[in-house]
Design a protein around this ligand. Structure first.
Ligand SMILES: [Zn+2]
Length: 145
């Protein structure tokens, strides 16, 4: 085999490797790499803020919409109620403020602090709540809302 042939073969191999890596599903690249894209949609109506896709946001995070609503109410200091798909918040909350609240919620109640994975659940034991990671098995206490 000549050098030229060998080099051509190696190039072919590297190209193949690139293609294989590019085609790997996200889950094969490591637990902490999964991302959840949240796109809250809001409307302002008189003195209320309406999150029109609220239930969908909670579903993406795999959390009860009432749990997420409680968090937002507690952290923003504004009462709210769930009506169908929507969350009706008393007072004006900007999209930026809402995004920030969602980020805080993910950090505290969704993301595993050990591996960064987002496949977690909240369990209760007696009067305590725990965030349990389904990827690395870590279990950390979380506050009750
Ligand atoms: Zn974990």
């Amino acid at each position: 085999m000549s050098w030229e042939e060998l080099i051509r073969m190696k190039r072919g191999y590297l190209k193949l490797l690139d293609e294989v890596l590019a085609s790997l599903p996200k889950s094969a690249r490591g637990a902490g790499d999964r991302v959840i894209v949240l796109n809250p949609e809001i409307l302002h109506e008189s003195r209320r803020t309406i999150v029109t896709n609220f239930r969908g946001l909670a579903e993406k995070l795999n959390r009860d919409s009432s749990h997420l609503a409680k968090f937002i109410a507690k952290e923003s200091g504004r009462p709210s109620s769930i009506e169908g798909e929507r969350l009706i918040i008393q007072g004006r909350l900007s999209l930026e403020e809402l995004r920030r609240l969602l980020e805080l919620y993910v950090r505290e109640f969704v993301k595993c602090s050990i591996c960064g994975g987002l496949d977690t659940k909240i369990t209760s034991e007696r009067r305590l709540r725990f965030l349990v990671c389904e990827i690395c098995g870590a279990k950390n206490p979380v506050r009750k809302l």
